[in-house]
Design a protein around this ligand. Structure first.
Ligand code: NAP
Length: 308
């Protein structure tokens, strides 16, 4: 790739939204670069079992995303494995500056940068990350075979993590701040017949351990009673925050998610957003893919209209 290459579109992020955008944009005849600074597939690639992607009865997230990557490559997208650190999006020609020192230039940009797991915000959390605090059950679960673990959260991610860990660990606690789950009803039903121990109306208040986590302190938010759980790992699954660092020029909602119209257009001309980073009502692999397809289509149509 020469420094003078001008792409039609730079897609930032190679999760399901970005990869689908890449497939559609390439098939629409655009010259496409896809930038990814982390793992291909993003958070979706860490899902142990995907059971609600139509047409695929069950798949692990990594395999599903890997197939999307292969499709995107085969369609003709150029992949750049580097982190986008700065965005110059205001003009007709957009620039994406990379951590490695280079930059990419294009007429359009699709931001499919996703979201990252939210932290508990507790003292020692960063120090104990990888030593008994984890944000990815499928990545780290195997390290806790036969041990006692806890999952914090009550959404789909927390429940999927807990079911996955139940197959490996001796004991799994599910610590949720309310007495009703946010997760889908199907998971609520499955929880009742599982061996997972729910700890309702409770939050993790303290992480204890020097070199590794040994116990956590949990507070019942209704009674304010503190109790200790001796666990080898706490898997944090309390939601996500959008990856919008460097994208302050974009209109965002109160939680930081990028606001788009139905065609995935942001408030900046020629800049689109797709997937989990976008303000939307349902964050799923299937909706991320749909966003990516629409963003690419909008991009293709706008380039045909302006003939550039
Ligand atoms: P989520 O749906 O936002 O759930 C976050 C959970 O963590 C909620 O139960 C929330 O409690 C709790 N929580 C938030 N902040 C907390 C805090 N500071 N302390 C303690 N608990 C806290 O997040 P998610 O489970 O990561 O899912 C993210 C999105 O991906 C969702 O749209 C989800 O449906 C989707 N997803 C879908 C699938 C699937 O369909 N297979 C799988 C994974 C994720 P409250 O309930 O009280 O707010």
């Amino acid at each position: 790739m020469s420094s003078t290459d001008i792409f039609d579109v730079i897609i930032v992020g190679a999760g399901p939204a970005g990869l689908t955008a890449g497939i559609y944009a390439c098939r629409g005849g655009l010259k496409v670069a896809v930038v990814e600074g982390g793992a291909v597939g993003g958070l979706a690639s860490t899902a142990a079992n995907v059971e609600n992607y139509p047409g695929v009865e069950i798949a692990d997230g990594f395999s599903l995303c890997y197939t999307m990557l292969e499709q995107c490559k085969a369609a003709g997208a150029r992949f750049v494995f580097d982190r986008a650190t700065r965005f110059d999006l205001g003009g007709e020609i957009k620039r994406v500056v990379l951590a490695g020192g280079g930059e990419l230039v294009a007429r359009r940009v699709i931001l499919a940068v996703g979201a990252s797991p939210r932290k508990l915000g507790l003292e020692g959390e960063d120090r104990l990350a990888g030593k008994g605090v984890s944000y990815c059950a499928t990545c780290d679960g195997a390290l806790f075979k036969g041990k006692t673990v806890a999952v914090a959260g009550g959404g789909n991610t927390a429940l999927e993590d807990a079911f996955y860990l139940e197959k490996l660990a001796a004991k799994v606690y599910l610590i949720h701040r309310r007495d009703a789950l946010r997760a889908d009803a199907v998971y609520e039903k499955r929880l009742k017949t599982s061996g997972i121990i729910p700890v309702w109306d409770s939050v993790v208040r303290k992480l204890v351990g020097d070199d590794k986590l040994t116990q956590i302190e949990v507070e019942n938010v209704k009674t304010n009673i503190l109790s200790t759980l001796f666990v080898d790992c706490v898997f944090v699954a309390i939601g996500q925050t959008p990856n919008t660092s460097g994208l302050e020029m974009l209109a965002r909602d109160g939680f930081g998610y990028v606001i788009t119209d139905e065609e995935m257009r942001t408030n900046v001309d020629g800049v689109y957003a797709a997937g989990d980073v976008r303000h939307k009502s349902l964050r799923q692999i299937v909706t991320a893919c749909a966003d990516g397809a629409i963003a690419a289509n909008t991009c293709i149509k706008s380039m045909m209209r302006t003939k550039k």
